[in-house]
Design a protein around this ligand. Structure first.
Ligand code: HEM
Ligand SMILES: *[C@@H]1O[C@H](CO)[C@@H](O)[C@H](O)[C@H]1NC(C)=O
Ligand SMILES: *[C@@H]1O[C@H](CO)[C@@H](O)[C@H](O)[C@H]1NC(C)=O
Ligand SMILES: *[C@@H]1O[C@H](CO)[C@@H](O)[C@H](O)[C@H]1NC(C)=O
Ligand SMILES: *[C@@H]1O[C@H](CO)[C@@H](O)[C@H](O)[C@H]1NC(C)=O
Ligand SMILES: CC(=O)N[C@H]1CO[C@H](CO)[C@@H](O)[C@@H]1O
Length: 374
């Protein structure tokens, strides 16, 4: 029985992978309609060949489609239903987990190292400065607890992170994309890397492209990944340097649209008064503002790219996408072509989710995502 289901699954995956990689004009599945009941399209036949050869990254070649089909057949279903429940109360789970995937996978690969609590006296990735505002650890724990109930010490935290993030993206209105599973969890964390290697919000476009290029992302993939900033919140401390005295010039960053400058200055002041602290806080009490502050209702879409066209990018690194010919061209293209963005975003998320994974007998499967298995 599951043999059939498995074949069907592989079929769907092949079709999707081909859509994403082999057929640049193809459409990816949109919204949540096809997500509810993925079914093979009629023209799949020519594409029934090795899925793995299609994958962009050698790293993920050790993963499998539906890795848990025997040991925990409902694993993905459990992640999905738990995410639905959590999302209905707290839609902020979607951006939180998307950011978590980015931070986990960018540092030494998708190995759940980002989830580890520090061991006494040491610093973990959670403590690294750029990671301080990461959220979603509690959500991962809730999902993990459900999976532990169903199949103890079987589903890795690294798989949970990528699967949960994918569900979050779909719930927020983004594209569905198929994922291989079988990631294993790291037994250590990488504080130095997390501190030094995560891209900074004040990086210029060359620095950003270099940092993404180092992980194998080209310009197109980098720009589509930035589309992740169409959801979620951002705190003033990450862009306040742009507002008044940019790089000691005595002037605001002149790449900000003047109207938008007044708007975000005001927002940051309001926030400051609301929480009644004299300085923009380094702690996490500042509530932050929406990435798409002026757009209601918010959701996963291409408005991010349209705001960049208008000088309304929030982080310096966001707006810098307009400062380079190739990336600016891509921003323009995505701004007016939502299906191109959705296709590319799904594709690049598969790639991100497969970066430098551990598999087979490497690493371990944790019981508690914040702790290495003793
Ligand atoms: C140069 C690259 C990037 C930089 C410098 C950067 C920086 C930031 C910063 C400073 C925040 C605000 C955090 C806060 O105030 O709490 C943020 C939020 C976020 N980032 Fe990025 N980011 C980058 C790339 C990405 C990528 C590639 C993704 C995913 C595809 C991503 C997804 C998110 C999401 C979803 C949020 C909102 C988080 C939430 O609301 O919980 N970012 N990012
Ligand atoms: C997704 O589902 C919601 C409610 O379940 C619905 O309102 C929305 O129109 C759907 N979106 C798409 C693109 O199908
Ligand atoms: C980006 O910043 C780096 C480091 O500060 C600098 O060397 C480089 O010239 C800058 N590039 C651009 C295009 O501004
Ligand atoms: C804010 O701070 C001022 C002065 O420190 C204080 O008088 C006021 O009660 C505070 N407001 C709130 C809401 O805490
Ligand atoms: C997981 O480990 C952390 C310590 O790193 C502990 O605080 C937490 O209670 C543990 N969670 C569960 C469910 O055992
Ligand atoms: C990503 C990020 O916010 N990096 C900042 C962390 O904090 C240090 C100093 O506190 C800044 O120099 C980084 O830019």
């Amino acid at each position: 029985m599951w043999e059939l289901a498995r074949k069907l699954g592989i079929l769907v995956l092949t079709v999707s992978v081909v859509l994403s990689f082999g057929n640049p004009r193809g459409e990816t599945k949109k919204g949540n309609s096809s997500y509810q009941s993925p079914s093979p399209l009629p023209w799949f036949q020519p594409f029934l060949f090795s899925i793995r050869d299609q994958l962009p990254s050698q790293h993920s070649s050790s993963l499998e489609y539906d890795f848990y089909r025997e040991k925990c057949p409902h694993a993905e279903q459990i992640v999905r239903s738990t995410m639905r429940q959590l999302f209905s109360d707290r839609p902020s789970i979607a951006p939180a987990l998307l950011r978590l995937v980015f931070h986990d996978c960018f540092i030494q690969g998708c190995d759940a190292s980002v989830l580890l609590d520090k061991v006494k006296g040491d610093n973990s990735e959670k403590d690294a400065i750029p990671n301080k505002s990461l959220k979603g650890f509690d959500f991962i724990d809730i999902i993990k607890a459900k999976l532990e109930e169903a199949c103890p010490v079987t589903v890795s935290c690294a798989d949970i992170v990528v699967l949960a993030a994918r569900e979050g993206i779909v719930l927020a209105g983004g594209p569905f994309y198929p994922l291989f599973t079988g990631r294993r969890d790291s037994t250590k964390y990488f504080w130095d890397l997390a501190t030094n290697e995560l891209p900074s919000p004040s990086h210029n476009i060359s620095q950003t492209l270099a940092s993404f290029g180092k992980r194998g992302f080209n310009e197109r993939e980098t720009v589509s990944l930035f589309g992740g900033h169409s959801i979620g919140t951002v705190h003033c401390k990450f862009f306040k340097d742009r507002l008044y005295d940019f790089r000691k010039s005595g002037m605001p960053d002149n790449s900000i649209d003047p109207g938008f400058l007044l708007f975000i200055r005001k927002r940051c002041m309001e926030k400051r008064n609301n929480i009644n602290t004299s300085a923009l806080p380094e702690d996490d009490t500042e509530p932050g503002m929406n990435m798409d502050e002026e757009r209601q209702p918010s959701g996963f879409d291409t408005h991010y790219f349209r705001s960049l066209l208008q000088g309304r990018g929030i982080l310096f690194a966001d707006q810098q996408l307009m400062a380079h010919e190739k990336t600016a061209e891509l921003v323009k293209a995505y701004a007016s072509d939502s299906s191109a963005f959705r296709r590319d975003f799904g594709r690049v998320m598969i790639k991100l989710s497969g970066l430098n994974v551990l598999s087979g007998s490497q690493g371990q499967v944790r019981r508690n995502c914040s702790m290495v298995l003793p």
